[in-house]
Design a protein around this ligand. Structure first.
Ligand SMILES: C[S@@+](CC[C@H](N)C(=O)[O-])C[C@H]1O[C@@H](n2cnc3c(N)ncnc32)[C@H](O)[C@@H]1O
Length: 236
């Protein structure tokens, strides 16, 4: 078990506003378009364009109320999505039902929510590891769900002076794009720490890129530097 009870309680309190694109989860809504485009391109390149997302088995770990899981299912993937915050899963189920989208939503963690032998073509672990207690164990557990030939895509925030300034002081106190207390700097994860955990579970890194969020414009784009937000892709 790697969930932090105080973090899960905080996410449960945000469940009702999760799908409000101008509410507390606005940054996730803004970066979602970027992530979806990226995943579609990555999958088309990795699996061949004929396979793209159709019929692909996807596991979204720490799915929140389904911002990523739902569009992936709409694009044709068979999506299983898990979250330790039960109110997030309740909100996700309600939203999917209203949208007529089928996602297998489950409450729990990697250690409890899935059958022992289930594995996936794509496992996503987006903006989650900076909220857990044991980062290597979480990445290891996610990596072990990747089927042979499959992918793990993970995103988080680097543990640097710049990420303290931009990710906490700027985002939470100055520009207020995130609720105060969203992030704790000591929980941020260095790209080499993520890579070491994925590598020890048998994956190799195939991409590493920085992501920039512009708070006043509420826009996001890919950048070269990874010293604040970043995303990495790994293959088995
Ligand atoms: C910042 S949100 C990211 C949501 C989603 N991945 C996204 O990027 O749109 C982090 C989510 O991870 C969930 N979470 C935290 N620790 C977890 C754990 N150990 N197992 C499953 N979910 C967890 C939280 O409840 C929360 O919904």
């Amino acid at each position: 078990m790697t969930a932090v009870p105080a973090e899960i309680a905080r996410f449960n309190r945000l469940a009702a506003t999760w799908w409000d694109a101008t509410g507390p989860m606005r940054p996730l809504h803004v970066i979602n378009r970027l992530r979806l485009d990226y995943l579609q391109q990555l999958l088309a390149t990795h699996f061949g364009s004929t396979r793209a997302l159709a019929g692909l088995r996807v596991l979204d770990v720490g799915c929140g109320a389904g911002l990523l899981a739902e569009p992936l299912a709409t694009l044709g993937a068979q999506v299983t999505a898990i979250d330790a915050a039960e109110k997030n899963i309740a909100a996700a189920r309600l939203h999917a039902e209203a949208s007529g989208v089928s996602v297998d939503y489950r409450v729990g963690e990697l250690s409890s929510a899935l059958a022992a032998d289930s594995c996936f073509d794509l496992v996503t672990l987006l903006e989650v590891v900076e909220h857990v207690d044991d980062v290597p164990a979480t990445i290891d557990a996610a990596a072990r769900r990747v089927a042979p030939g499959g992918l793990l895509v993970a995103s988080t925030i680097d543990r640097t002076a710049k990420s303290w300034l931009f990710g906490i002081v700027g985002a939470e106190y100055l520009f207020r794009v995130l609720p105060v207390g969203t992030h704790q700097w000591r929980r941020f994860v260095r790209p080499d720490e993520m890579q070491a955990a994925a590598q020890s579970a048998g994956l190799r890194r195939i991409d590493l890129r920085g992501m920039r969020y512009l708070p006043v414009l509420h826009r996001a784009d890919w950048i070269r530097g990874t010293s604040v937000n970043y995303l990495a892709a790994f293959a088995r």
